[in-house]
Design a protein around this ligand. Structure first.
Ligand code: SF4
Length: 465
């Protein structure tokens, strides 16, 4: 525990004022981290902290970090360093780093980042109020334990998303051992919330005016294995479908090996579950799938895509692929391009493989040079652009339900929303015009006739009759 002179000064300025102490949160990374940020802020709000709009204009700045891959760590570190400068200038008083970066690297960062007042592990944020009390008294805190926590319906929450949608974490942690991934180290083993607990949260969101809930977890298909000994996602989806207060339910992060017919049927038969299947496939060539330790083969994946399309007519399939994985040959990569061409995914993310020293894949021979990874990334993305353009053109003339997000940035574009095919942040938008000058607002769920298509977005008209 250290207390530097700048910390003592900060403490003085925090104590001198009688106004509430303000806390700003910068939440980096994925929606799962965002939920943790919301719970941490909820706890602090209950402890009489004021939640600031900006992390650069507050007394205590918290950065909830991501450490999944090199670029995410780089971004986290850059943000912490720029906030450290603000702290040196006296514009913020205290700086706290929480989440995955703190979980994994607190030993090194403690010495390298003297401006940081507290490091809080990825599951230690429920102690955030006590930690800030210590920090305000000039103590430096490192609170990093085993990642065991999972929030529940009773956890306080300060929402960081627009009021018409919310992320709901149904589980945390992961029992798989994909060779490129360090998440199980950072987040611990899989643990699920109970069905009634998730239902209570979704019902409460609905009563508060939320239209769409987005179910997340590291592997949502594994839901229930821990407490019931069997996969319980179909039961959860059917139960949530009965919650009157909500309009759309979207499921993210389905692990292909466990994406069973029972889950697909539950999506198909549940009117409120949007027909959107987010299934990160990562590759199609057998040698790479084996080396990635994904537990599936090329044949399985091809059959899975067929099963999805047969069992859920009109399903939008979203997936991600990694290119340039160690040992990926020209032949493996071409097999991936052929697969993209023949499958025509509705939504696709491609990522150049990120070398991770601490992952098993970091020890594999035949690491691919960065230039080749980049080249393969651009090749896959430009192929997908062509596929996406064609897919989108086929939607012209169709009427899709669209959830309005708000007014478009450019006035002439009217309003902006998302169809069932689009998750927030990762997918496209629908620009909506209303002929009758009908004022639309965020959260309105409207029928929209598609009139035009672009590379990743659509445009359409509000159908009023
Ligand atoms: S399923 Fe694989 S990629 Fe996803 S979190 Fe688990 S180990 Fe990582």
């Amino acid at each position: 525990m250290l207390a530097s002179s700048s910390m003592r000064l900060s403490m003085k300025s925090l104590k001198a004022s009688s106004k509430k102490i303000s806390v700003g949160m910068l939440s980096l990374g994925c929606p799962k981290t965002l939920v943790d940020s919301e719970v941490a802020l909820g706890i602090l709000q209950n402890e009489d902290y004021e939640i600031a709009d900006s992390v650069t204009d507050c007394d205590v700045a918290i950065v909830n970090t991501c450490a999944f891959i090199h670029d995410a760590r780089k971004e986290s570190i850059e943000k912490i360093l720029s906030l450290s400068v603000l702290k040196d200038e006296g514009r913020i008083q205290k700086l706290v780093v929480m989440g995955c970066l703190a979980q994994k690297y607190h030993h090194e960062l403690k010495d390298q980042m003297p401006q940081v007042d507290a490091f809080v592990g990825s599951a230690d944020f429920p102690k955030i109020a006590e930690i800030l009390n210590d920090v305000r008294q000039g103590r430096r805190v490192v609170e990093v334990g085993k990642p065991l926590f999972l929030y529940d319906y009773d956890s306080p929450r300060f929402s960081l998303t627009p009021s018409h949608f919310r992320y709901v974490k149904i589980s945390e942690g992961c029992n798989h051992k994909c060779s490129f991934c360090i998440i199980p180290d950072l987040k611990g083993l899989h643990r699920s919330r109970r069905i009634e607990d998730v239902m209570s949260e979704v019902r409460a969101h609905g009563r508060a005016g939320v239209k769409e809930v987005i179910l997340t977890g590291q592997d949502t298909t594994f839901y229930g294995r821990d407490f019931a000994g069997e996969f319980m996602l179909p039961e959860l989806l059917r139960s949530l479908n009965s919650v009157d207060e909500i309009s759309w339910i979207r499921l993210l992060y389905a692990y292909p090996a466990h994406l069973s017919d029972a889950i697909l049927d539950a999506i198909a038969e549940s009117q409120k579950i949007v027909k959107y299947v987010d299934v990160p496939l990562q590759h199609i060539a057998d040698p790479i799938l084996k080396s990635m330790r994904r537990g599936v083969t090329s044949e399985f994946i091809r059959a899975l895509v067929k099963r999805i399309r047969q069992r859920i007519p009109g399903a939008a399939i979203r997936t991600t692929f990694i290119v340039g994985f160690p040992g990926e040959t020209e032949q493996d990569f071409n097999e991936l391009l052929d697969f993209l061409e023949e499958t025509k995914f509705d939504r696709l993310g491609v990522f150049p493989y990120s070398y991770e020293q601490d992952s098993y894949s970091g020890t594999l021979p035949d690491q691919i040079p960065d230039e080749i990874k980049e080249q393969r990334f651009h090749q896959a993305m430009s192929l997908q652009q062509k596929i996406s353009k064609k897919n989108f053109r086929q939607l012209i003339g169709k009427t899709l339900p669209v959830l309005i997000e708000g007014v478009a940035e450019e006035k002439k574009q009217g309003f902006v929303g998302r169809s069932y095919m689009d998750a927030p942040d990762v997918d496209g938008l629908v620009y909506v015009k209303s002929k009758s000058n009908h004022k639309l607002k965020a959260g309105d769920l409207i029928p929209c006739r598609i009139t035009d298509s672009f590379e990743y977005d659509l445009a359409g008209e509000y159908v009023t009759d």
